[in-house]
Design a protein around this ligand. Sequence first.
Ligand SMILES: [Zn+2]
Length: 288
Amino acid sequence: MEEAMGNEKDLLFEKIKEAELVLVGIGEEFGETIANGKILPQFEEYCQSIEKNEGLRWMLPYLEKMHEDSMRTEKTVKAYETLEKLLKDKNYFIVSTRMDDYIYQTKLKAERIVTPCGGYRFWQCQDGCGKHLYQVDGHLFEKIYESMVGKGSKTESGSIDVSNSESARMDGNQDKIQPPRCPKCGKNLVFNNRKAEHYVEEGYLEQWNKYMRWLQGTVNKKLCVLELGVGMQYPTVIRWPFERMIYINEKSSLFRVHSKLYHLAEEIRGRGYKIQEKPIDFLVNWFV
Ligand SMILES: [Zn+2]
């Protein structure tokens, strides 16, 4: 088993090396499983009390985002570092359905990334009015965090880490924080991602069009496609179009990494390699 995995990595390395273009798809399984599958109890308690208060409910996505960021470990960092090394000096494009935005903190080039599900970098009106996007003010995260754990509770690095929120409580300070408002209609601004009721797709369309143009350039080219943890959540975004591409392009190859949904359709089996593993485990510590 160990040896087989090694061979797949060597093969992928070779295929990427000889490829003219490399396409990467990142999906829902490209994340870390939270220990015991549970969120921090003190944090959960706090979220529950926020949820009961209609006037504060707008804070929940901020808290969820802070929680997700706090749970990320070196593993994710290292997995992306492997990706950076594999794609260095290559003509690549990355499509990711993840919403955690971590990819934008890596050395991967933002102009070669599209995240069609959006994330937490921009706000939009909850009604989507004007299809306008607004840069998220990170201070609001800090304010919410401080209202939860008290002032001066930041970690030494200055980063927000909810795993330190042992003293999370409702002390009335929460009411003083106002949600951001739409300058056009005065309703709340929400994060520009798929969870928004009226998702403003303009947040990613420009990159998507760039991606479509890039794809046109893959015709008859040596194309290596790497699919990392792409399941059936949004199959029309990555999985199915990738399969079609592999089917049409005789010079292409596909590496599908997934712990469960690693199977390949009959028609592309000759050009595909299935790797039954969690994508982060597959990539982590590769070049150490
Ligand atoms: Zn509005």
